[in-house]
Ligand binder design. Structure first.
Ligand code: SF4
Ligand code: SF4
Length: 130
C-alpha cells in the first residue's frame, strides 16, 4: 500500500501520477504528488519505480494502511531501494533485476483486487434490486 509522499523530495514531475494504474496519485494544489485514493492502491510499486526523486514509500502490506510517516520512511533507508534493486534508471548499469522477489506480494494484491471487485459488484447488484 502506498504510505506516504516525501513532500520535500517531490519535484512535481508527475511521473508517478502517470505510472499509477489505479489513479491513486494526483498532483495537489502545491504542485506536489498527493495520495488521492489510497484504498485503491494495488501495491504494484510502479510509482516507486518511476519516481526519479525517490520520494514515494510503498509498504508491502496489501490489505491495510500501515501508517508509515515521512520521518519513518526517511529513517528506514528504503526510499529508492525498489528502484535501485530493479536496476532502474541510473542503476541499470550496475544492478541486476530482482523483480521476481515481488511475486508473492503481487499475487496477494491480485487476489485482494478480485475480492474487492466481487464485493463491489455484489453491492451494485443489491442496490439495483431494491
Ligand atoms: S503502488 Fe501502484 S497502485 Fe499503489 S500508488 Fe503506487 S503505482 Fe499506484
Ligand atoms: S514521480 Fe516523484 S518527484 Fe515526480 S511527482 Fe511523483 S513523487 Fe513527485
Amino acid at each position: 500500500m502506498i504510505e506516504v509522499v516525501i513532500e520535500d523530495r517531490c519535484s512535481g514531475c508527475g511521473d508517478c501520477v502517470e505510472a499509477c494504474p489505479s489513479d491513486v496519485l494526483a498532483l495537489g494544489e502545491g504542485g506536489k504528488a498527493v495520495i488521492a485514493a489510497q484504498a485503491d492502491c494495488q501495491t504494484c510499486l510502479l510509482c516507486e519505480l518511476y519516481c526519479p526523486a525517490d520520494a514515494l514509500f510503498v509498504w508491502p502490506e496489501t490489505e491495510r494502511v500501515a501508517g508509515v510517516t515521512a520521518q519513518q520512511a526517511l529513517a528506514s533507508g528504503q526510499l529508492g531501494a525498489f528502484r535501485r534493486d530493479h536496476g532502474w534508471g541510473e542503476h541499470a548499469a550496475n544492478r541486476t533485476n530482482q523483480h521476481w522477489r515481488m511475486g508473492a506480494i503481487f499475487e496477494r494484491a491480485r487476489l485482494q483486487a478480485i475480492e474487492l471487485a466481487a464485493a463491489k459488484a455484489a453491492r451494485t447488484e443489491e442496490g439495483s434490486s431494491t
